[in-house]
Each structure stands twice: as C-alpha cells, then as structure tokens.
Design a protein around this ligand. Structure first.
Ligand code: IDP
Ligand code: MG
Length: 184
C-alpha cells in the first residue's frame, strides 16, 4: 500500500468543498489515515513549492496558500499517489477533465481546490513535512476485503517468500494438503 498527501487549499475551504473532496476520496476506496486543519507556514510552503521558486507566480502562491487554514489529508491505498492525481485532474482547472475535482469545481490554474503529491518520493517527503508520525494512523477498515483481491492485499507474500512463485501454486499446495488429510 502507498500513502499520499492531499491539501484542501484556501479556495476549497472558502467554496465549502471540504466535505465533497473528502467524500470523493472515501467513495473511491482510499483510506483516510490522517486528517487535520492547519495554517500552513511560509517556511513549509517554501520547501513544498521549491520547484516553482523561479516562477513569476511563486510569491502569490505562497501568499494564497498561507492566507487561511487548509485541511490536510493523508490517504492510503494501492497505487494511491497515481490514483489520487487522477481523481484531482490537471493543474489548470479549465483544462481538467470533467469528473475530476478540479474539472468539476474550479476555473483557475492557481485556485484549483486541492494539492496532491506528484510522485511516491514526493508523497513521503510531503507527509513528513505536514504530519507528525503520531498523526498518522494504522487501523483495519471493514470494507477492505471488498476493495482488493487477496493478492492485492499481499496475502500470498509469505508464500512467495518461501520460494513459491504464484497464487496458483499456493492453491495447489492447499489442495494437496486437503487430499492428504482426506486419505489419512
Ligand atoms: P500541481 O498542483 O498540479 O501539482 P504544480 O505545477 O506542482 O501543479 O504547481 C503547484 C501549484 O502552483 C498549482 O496547483 C497552482 O496552485 C500553482 N500554479 C501552477 N502553475 C501556475 C500558474 O501558471 N499560475 C499561477 N499558479 C500556478
Ligand atoms: Mg505539484
């Protein structure tokens, strides 16, 4: 399972979209493992947006992102980083696909409702930047078995570790044990 960061930005808060944004991720099947409101500090944002420091809109971006509190979500799921980026849509909300958060709710390249980590490495760095270890939770979710098949849940990892290569071999072995037991 992978983890990723989403920030409901100041325009998302002002446009009363916190609930809708969380609902979209929840309904997709992403697991909420951290949630909080925070006024982002300029020093945090300077790290967060270091890749944009030479852009003409950089100062305005820092000002906008630190203007009022944001809502931060840590989400977990298989391929969570890519799945969440897909749900969020492209940066310029006017070009974003309908059905995505930005495509459905925004009109701007800057005030585009949410931030979502771009890569798995970035996600790990960003989660560390905005969440303390004790603010991220591990817990069982009731619908987990309906969301992922057994192999996607890593149920056969131990078999592979024992030198078996596949789910099929695991079942073959289980069948053999069953037959042996019947013959005893
Ligand atoms: P992303 O949010 O889709 O990952 P990035 O290129 O990483 O896009 O940019 C970070 C944020 O900077 C955007 O979400 C947006 O708020 C702002 N931004 C990006 N490009 C522009 C621009 O051309 N004008 C104004 N703001 C921009
Ligand atoms: Mg980005």
């Amino acid at each position: 399972m992978r983890r990723t960061l989403v920030i409901v930005k100041p325009d998302g808060i002002n446009r009363c979209l916190i609930g809708d944004v969380i609902t979209r991720f929840e309904k997709k099947g992403l697991k909420l493992i951290g949630l909080k409101m925070d006024l982002l500090k300029v020093y945090q944002l300077k790290d967060h947006y270091v890749h944009l420091q030479d852009k003409p809109f950089y100062e305005e971006l820092l000002e906008y992102m630190s203007s009022i509190p944001c809502v931060l979500l840590a989400l977990e799921g298989k391929d969570a980083v890519a799945v969440v980026r897909k749900l969020v849509g492209s940066t310029n909300a006017r070009d974003a696909d309908i059905g995505t958060i930005r495509g459905d709710y925004a009109m701007s390249v800057q005030t585009n409702i949410v931030h979502a980590s771009e890569t798995e490495d970035a996600a790990e760095d960003e989660l560390k930047r905005f969440f303390k270890d004790e603010e991220l939770f591990e817990y069982d979710k009731m619908n987990f078995n309906w969301l992922y098949c057994n192999s996607e849940q890593g149920k056969y990892d131990h078999v592979e570790n024992e030198g078996k290569s596949s789910e099929a071999e695991y079942f073959e072995e289980k069948e053999e044990i069953k037959k042996d037991q019947e013959n005893e």
